[in-house]
Design a protein around this ligand. Structure first.
Ligand code: PRP
Length: 216
């Protein structure tokens, strides 16, 4: 343990867009995160360190105070709930849509449908609101395979370019939500490290505006 201010980052495509934003906010890892297998990185600011996690684990680290702040997709916050977290800033990066999708030409016969997704809480709420009886099947990846193999009729998944759906003979149906990455802050840390955290929020806010990432 140390008393550095810790920012938890989401690895993968969100990370690629987060690092330039952090640089513009004056925070830079002292080594190349992309080419390293390390999980903890010192920065040019001795009081700030970065940790790199799976997106689904970022809210947990921040909620329990193991990290003071984090960068995570809105889809994950919607799915897990934002208890114990402040969400002060839309970073405007990794924009995509959370959608239902099915094989091209698939039509519901009005009976129950089978839906495969990583986002079971979002899907449950969505189909209930639509008055659709959906049997939810939790998967952890490669959702597009589920309709091909007749495991499910529809999926609920992130759509960015739409290439993955097209490549697998599927089409988007309905948009559930638009998604972008958010800054989250541990509520207790917000009080105990108020000055440092509000400065980082201000620096990131300026970086978002400067980079043209602000929400439309
Ligand atoms: C996401 C999502 C789709 C794909 C959509 O997966 O689950 O498969 O990206 O992007 P596209 O519309 O541009 O094709 P990701 O690559 O993040 O991997 P994951 O399923 O392991 O999260």
């Amino acid at each position: 343990m140390n008393d550095k201010l810790t920012i938890a980052l989401t690895k993968g495509r969100i990370l690629k867009e987060t690092l330039p934003l952090l640089t513009r906010a004056g925070i830079e890892a002292v080594e190349d995160i992309h080419s390293s297998r390390k999980l903890v990185f010192e920065t040019n600011r001795p009081e700030v360190q970065l940790v790199v996690l799976r997106g689904t684990d970022v809210p947990t680290y921040v909620r329990f105070g193991a990290a003071d702040m984090g960068v995570v997709g809105k889809d994950i916050l919607m799915e897990q709930g934002a208890e114990g977290l402040y969400e002060p800033l839309d970073l405007g990066i990794a924009r995509c849509r959370l959608m239902t999708a099915a094989r091209v030409g698939w039509r519901s016969d009005g009976a129950r449908i089978r839906v495969a997704t990583k986002f079971v809480n979002i899907a449950r709420a969505y189909f209930a609101q639509q008055g659709v009886h959906a049997d939810l099947i939790k998967l952890y990846g490669a959702l597009e395979l589920a309709p091909i193999m007749n495991l499910a009729d529809q999926i609920v998944d992130i759509v960015d370019t739409g290439n993955t759906l097209r490549a697998n003979g599927m089409e988007p149906l309905q948009e559930i939500a638009t998604v972008s990455s958010r800054l989250v802050v541990n509520k207790a840390a917000m009080r105990s490290r108020y000055t440092a955290i509000t400065q980082i929020i201000a620096d990131l806010t300026a970086a978002v505006q400067e980079g043209g990432n602000a929400a439309p």
